[in-house]
Write a protein that binds this ligand. Structure first.
Ligand SMILES: [Zn+2]
Length: 278
């Protein structure tokens, strides 16, 4: 069987925004964990350049305005920049008009860097409101990457799902927005992120995580032969030395397989949509 596997490395460059909004912190020490995202990003740009692989970055407007030169470097290196809120707001916890305003503000920030509106979206904290999909189609997005209804196969998002409990779940209508699914098991934060009080003790060893990630890749390569392998990472998490070395080993491992191509998510979404018209 000829293999046709796309690998997408995606990086959510949250910097301080995740601590300010999602974690509601004003502690300078906590915020500095986000600031480390700058160091991590610089290292990741070197890794991606040395291995000549494209990638997709989801960057809140807040990060773009805080680190404009670094974000410009990401874009200038040819990497995709997608939408990730303004200051990491959860779409499911804001009013619909606020959700719209946040989308507009984030788009404006990305336009200033790339000259174009983004076509990819990943929700901060991977939450979506009942209005999100409709808004994303209205703003001309090609794909979302916040849902988990498949693993290695893209699909179309729906509007009008009825999540009732007094009868079966009612599926809404598919719309022209490709879902490139993410999953917490293919995300660096749950494994490595440490939160005080220690209700979430991360700090797992890189080898343990590499085993999980490469086993998922092996399943895709051996059993399915076709699909997209999407890793979600955060510069402030994956950017630590021992994890960078793991990522390099993993990239090299995947590159060593036949029929594997590293692609940006926008490229994968466009190709899948062309091959599977709605
Ligand atoms: Zn994020």
């Amino acid at each position: 069987m000829t293999k046709n596997i796309s690998v997408c490395l995606s990086f959510d460059f949250d910097a301080m925004s995740v601590w300010l909004t999602t974690m509601r912190s004003r502690s300078l020490s906590t915020l500095s964990r986000g600031e480390f995202g700058k160091v991590g990003t610089e290292r990741l740009l070197d890794v991606l350049r040395d291995r000549q692989v494209p990638s997709s970055w989801f960057i809140p407007g807040h990060t773009i305005e805080t680190f404009p030169d670094l974000v410009q470097r990401i874009a200038d290196a040819g990497h995709e920049i997608g939408h990730h809120g303004y200051c990491h707001e959860n779409p499911a916890s804001v009013k619909p008009d606020e959700e719209r305003a946040i989308l507009e503000r984030g788009i404006a920030c990305i336009r200033r860097v790339t000259g174009k509106a983004p076509i990819g979206y990943r929700s901060p904290a991977s939450d979506l409101s009942p209005a999100s999909v409709r808004l994303l189609t209205e703003f001309g997005f090609l794909y979302d990457s916040s849902m988990m209804a498949n693993d290695f196969t893209p699909y179309y998002c729906r509007v009008g799902d009825d999540p009732r409990t007094d009868g079966p779940y009612i599926f809404g209508k598919e719309v022209d927005l490709v879902e490139l699914p993410m999953d917490w098991s293919l995300d660096d934060w749950p494994y490595f992120g440490l939160h005080w009080p220690a209700h979430h003790v991360g700090l797992r060893t890189p080898d343990e995580v590499a085993k999980i990630w490469s086993a998922d890749f092996d399943f895709l390569h051996q059993r399915m032969g076709e699909g997209v392998f999407i890793l979600t990472m955060h510069p402030q998490i994956i950017g630590r030395g021992h994890r960078i070395l793991m990522l390099e080993r993993l990239i090299d491992y995947m590159k060593g397989h036949a029929g594997v191509t590293f692609r940006s998510m926008r490229e994968v979404a466009a190709a899948w949509r062309a091959a599977h018209p709605l």
